[in-house]
Design a protein around this ligand. Sequence first.
Ligand SMILES: NC(=O)c1ccc[n+]([C@@H]2O[C@H](COP(=O)([O-])OP(=O)(O)OC[C@H]3O[C@@H](n4cnc5c(N)ncnc54)[C@H](O)[C@@H]3O)[C@@H](O)[C@H]2O)c1
Length: 334
Amino acid sequence: MKIAVCSAHPYDRQFLQEANATFGHELSFFDARLNEETRQMVAGFPAICAFVNDTLNEAVLQALAQQGTQLIALRCAGFNNVDLAAAARHGIRIVRVPAYSPHSIAEHTLALILTLNRKTHRAYNRVRDGNFSLDGLLGFELRGRTIGIIGTGRIGLATAEILRGFGCRLLAHDPYPNPECLALGARYVTLDELYRESDLITLHCPLNQESFHLINAAAIGKMKRGVTIINTSRGAVIDTPAVIAALKSGRIGGLGLDVYEQEGDLFFQDLSCQVIQDDMFERLLSFPNVLITGHQGFFTAEALASIARTTLDNVRVFEQSGLCPNEVTTALVR
Ligand SMILES: NC(=O)c1ccc[n+]([C@@H]2O[C@H](COP(=O)([O-])OP(=O)(O)OC[C@H]3O[C@@H](n4cnc5c(N)ncnc54)[C@H](O)[C@@H]3O)[C@@H](O)[C@H]2O)c1
């Protein structure tokens, strides 16, 4: 099938081309993101391969349908950037990669936790500068700490497995408790109890109506003073101004982010020679106890190979049968 790959980086080309050796699709790569201004570049492609910051709203989907697109193959798990109702109205089917390597994101979550806690990023710079002072590098032991996990699907569970190995006490919150998480010894509690008890809270729920700005001033007000918050899910699960206020007051003692609500204007590009216009993002960067990575939780060789295989297979199955094993519909939003 003819597939337009949007937001294509060198690593996307590499892994999709390698996987395509066994599928034989006709791949065309576009560096640009898909949005209302760029939609014409993919005119005539029956399938479009999109990523997290491509815009798939009503206007874009309507235009794509008119241009002949039948299928959008997301090369990611999250689908909050797609207006699913509009896709259905315009007869465009959406498929995704529901599970590639939850361990990639779980392990990155641990990288954020350990770096933030033991301040290895700051120590690295100090030691290179001949500064061997330990002042300001004090951490805490994870063993025996209470960790609150919000969202215990694939990534939340993989994170729980690792944290259990560290000897943490696990609290969990999810409208659908996961038996495997229970088997690890996690206790499902209300959000209020999780906020009250947790030394560290890690977010692994999708972005939906219930989780939008879940971590806001009211929620933070219920947390332990000095709590650490880690977000590798989606940026808008956190209300950034509320978190900035809590960092300033010391209510939040550490913040590790792999995602950011306005990341669409920043991430996946080199802006190192430009003036960043996002003042909220710059304020976050100014805190010594904030660590931000640019949505790289998924970025392992294993995950990229698996994403490429599943994406191309989703298109193959659609082309051959019109069925989509990994189809996303409004029924999936819970
Ligand atoms: N940083 C990255 O690179 C990266 C990569 C992949 C996925 N993600 C994010 O991680 C999220 C989780 O991925 P997954 O594969 O574990 O998904 P999943 O569907 O396996 O699990 C999500 C879990 O969250 C629960 N949930 C839904 N709404 C909730 C709420 N309001 N409060 C608490 N729990 C809620 C669901 O019941 C489910 O158990 C994705 O939606 C995506 O946003 C990030």
